[in-house]
Design a protein around this ligand. Structure first.
Ligand code: FES
Length: 283
């Protein structure tokens, strides 16, 4: 299985289809507000994995109920719920997929194809059940569950092995030692400019606004872009940093994500000033 996954990650033959689909998804889901909503910016957490709970739960429940006598109506209702709820979950997944790196998009494409086959089989199962052909409906549902399970395996690989839509920056905290670390002389720290410093080899950005100074990890939670090279923009009265790679935007007074593709906030570190020196430590 590991070999197969590695081959899929390197399968450049998938890029023609992938690149075309990426352009289609990006042109349809163009409004920033729609993209942010589907990424889960409002939730502070990727939305797609939360949404897939409904179809997966319904379909697995239908598979169990199908084994029990006299439960045709319950099984049909569960298949219907799973089939209809899979559509918005797929749209959220495509929105995330369009912002991934190329090797992630290859796995994501096969993940989407497996789930699309699963969805089509469940739609066929629903149609068969509504026409009274419950035996066929059951068979199609079990085939659909097999396809969706393959999709789930690939989704797990995408998230846990390739790190798609997981926070890339927070593991940096494990490289920072305990205790306070000296960062900068407040007298020399400029106002409203990004300054990059290191804490135990971990890059952080400093942003001073009046007497308040924010210290946050520099590595973007989306795909490790250098936030220190980003642009500062005022959004809704808050100074924000825009990642130079894909435009994820974070508030500089708290790290809250404002625009995706990241759905995760950026990690901010506690600060104090001792004898005019700015210090930081692990949260
Ligand atoms: S690395 Fe993608 S938005 Fe920052």
């Amino acid at each position: 299985m590991r070999e197969l996954m590695t081959k899929l990650e390197q399968a450049s033959a998938l890029d023609r289809v992938g690149d075309r689909l990426q352009r289609v998804v990006q042109s349809i889901l163009r409004p920033q507000r729609v993209r942010d909503a589907l990424h889960g910016v409002w939730l502070g957490h990727p939305l797609h994995p939360a949404m897939v709970q409904v179809p997966v739960g319904s379909w697995i429940s239908a598979a169990v109920v199908d084994l029990l006598p006299g439960q045709r109506r319950a099984a049909t209702a569960l298949v219907a719920l799973g089939t209809f709820s899979a559509v918005p979950a797929a749209v959220a997944g495509l929105n995330d997929w369009a912002g991934l790196a190329r090797d992630q998009r290859r796995i994501g494409l096969v993940h989407a194809a497996s789930n699309s086959i699963g969805l089509a089989l469940y739609a066929g199962s629903l149609a068969a059940r509504l026409n009274g052909r419950h035996g066929l409906g059951r068979a199609l549902a079990y085939l659909g569950l097999s396809a969706a399970s393959t999709g789930a395996y690939l989704g797990g690989h995408l998230a846990y092995k390739q790190g798609a839509q997981t926070t890339q920056s927070v593991s940096e905290l494990h490289r920072i030692s305990d205790g306070w670390h000296s960062l900068a002389d407040m007298a020399t720290l400029p106002q409203r400019q990004l300054v990059t410093r290191e804490v135990d080899d971990v890059s952080v950005i400093l942003y001073r606004h009046g007497d308040e100074v924010t210290v946050m990890l520099e590595r973007c939670p989306h795909q490790s872009g250098p936030l220190g090279q980003g642009e500062v923009q005022e959004i809704n009265g808050h100074d924000c940093v825009v990642c130079p790679w894909h435009g994820s935007t974070f508030r500089l007074n708290g790290g809250e994500v404002v625009h995706g593709p990241s759905a995760n906030d950026q990690q901010v570190l506690p600060t104090r000033v001792v004898d005019g020196m700015l210090e930081t430590r692990l949260p």
